[in-house]
Design a protein around this ligand. Structure first.
Ligand SMILES: [Zn+2]
Length: 70
C-alpha cells in the first residue's frame, strides 16, 4: 500500500509521479514534527525561493496583528 501522494504547494494537486516531486523545504509544526513542502517539478520555481520563510513570516505577522494592543 502506497503512502498518500505529496501535494503540490503551488497548485494543491497531488503529485502522483515521485520523479515529478521536488522537496522545497520543511515547515516546523507547533505541536508535532512538522511537514515537508513539495511541488511539481514544473511548479517548484513558481512557489518562490523560500516558501518556508514566507510561511513563518506570515505566521509571525498574524500573531503580531492578533496580539498587538499598543
Ligand atoms: Zn503543481
Amino acid at each position: 500500500m502506497n503512502a498518500a501522494p505529496h501535494v503540490c504547494h503551488h497548485c494543491d494537486e497531488p503529485i502522483t509521479d515521485p520523479d515529478d516531486a521536488v522537496l522545497l523545504g520543511h515547515e516546523m509544526g507547533n505541536s508535532g514534527p512538522g511537514w515537508d513542502i513539495w511541488a511539481h517539478r514544473k511548479h517548484a520555481n513558481l512557489v518562490g525561493p523560500d516558501p518556508v520563510a514566507v510561511s513563518i513570516l506570515a505566521r509571525v505577522l498574524l500573531a503580531r496583528a492578533a496580539g498587538a494592543e499598543d
